[in-house]
Each structure stands twice: as structure tokens, then as C-alpha cells.
Design a binder for this molecule. Structure first.
Ligand code: ZN
Length: 152
């Protein structure tokens, strides 16, 4: 970012970025696989908005480019379908606007808060996947855990 391009990122706010799982388990016992989610393509980057509702972390409010239109949407989704949570400074005017318009929350003002929750969400997302799909994985499986293992 060049000098004099407006307020420093710290002043604009922080969000948590995450990626949508390439494949999610689906159907009876999670024996089927679907690419991405209904709203997002697999692998796409979304921003998680700070929720003021404090209603747990199984669902998160996200901003991302919609699967069909490619334009930014604001939508609630299951945390288990996201991975690689990290704190990012927000630069996109569109994302900042949607962040302000969201009824449920907005940007973090402190980087440390976003970083702390990003770490927690990474752990929680893995826990939610395990808890949600207790049956054995389909064979072959391309869910996030299995893809990560096969790359290791
Ligand atoms: Zn799997």
C-alpha cells in the first residue's frame, strides 16, 4: 500500500479471511460429496464478519463472491465448511460497505482480536466437521481432512 492512500489498515478495520472447503460431505451419514457450498465455489475466499450476537460459532456471517453471480454477497454459513482462518486488513471498498451494512456485526478494530478468533475458528471448524459427520468417510473421500492428509 502506498503512502497517503488513506487511513492505515489498522484504522479501517480487520476481518477474518477463510477459504471454502473444495468438497463437503453431504447426505445420509455424509457419504456423498458436493463441491463447495450452495452459495460459494469450493476454494473461494470469504471474509468472516465479527458477530455481535454472540450466538456461538457454528454459523458465521460471511462476505464473499457468490457462486452464480461472482458478485459479493453477505450470507450465514456453517463454520465446518471453512478452513485456513486468518486475520486480514480490509482494503476493498465493497467489502467495507457490506461490512457496515450487515445487521449482525462489522469489522474488528483490533488486529489481535481478529487473530485470536481466527485461531479458535480453525480449531472449531475441525471439531464441527468431526462432530457433524460421525460416520466413517466415504471411500474415496475428498473432504477437507482427507484432501489435507493426501497432500501431506
Ligand atoms: Zn474425508
Amino acid at each position: 500500500m502506498s503512502a497517503g492512500a488513506g487511513p492505515a489498515p489498522e484504522e479501517r478495520g480487520w476481518l477474518i479471511a477463510a477459504n471454502v472447503v473444495r468438497w463437503r460431505r453431504y447426505g445420509e451419514g455424509g457419504q456423498e460429496l458436493r463441491p463447495g457450498t450452495k452459495s460459494y465455489r469450493g476454494g473461494s475466499k470469504v471474509y468472516v464478519i465479527e458477530s455481535y450476537a454472540g450466538s456461538g460459532h457454528e454459523q458465521l456471517t460471511t462476505i464473499g463472491r457468490g457462486r452464480r453471480t461472482g458478485t459479493y454477497i453477505t450470507i450465514d454459513m456453517a463454520t465446518r465448511n471453512l478452513h485456513t482462518f486468518r486475520a486480514v486488513a480490509v482494503h476493498s471498498p465493497t467489502v467495507l460497505r457490506l461490512c457496515e451494512e450487515a445487521d449482525v456485526g462489522g469489522c474488528w478494530t483490533a488486529r489481535e482480536d481478529a487473530e485470536e478468533l481466527a485461531l479458535r475458528l480453525e480449531r472449531l471448524a475441525a471439531e464441527y466437521r468431526t462432530a457433524h459427520w460421525s460416520a466413517a468417510h466415504p471411500v474415496p473421500c475428498r473432504c477437507h481432512e482427507c484432501l489435507t492428509l493426501s497432500r501431506a
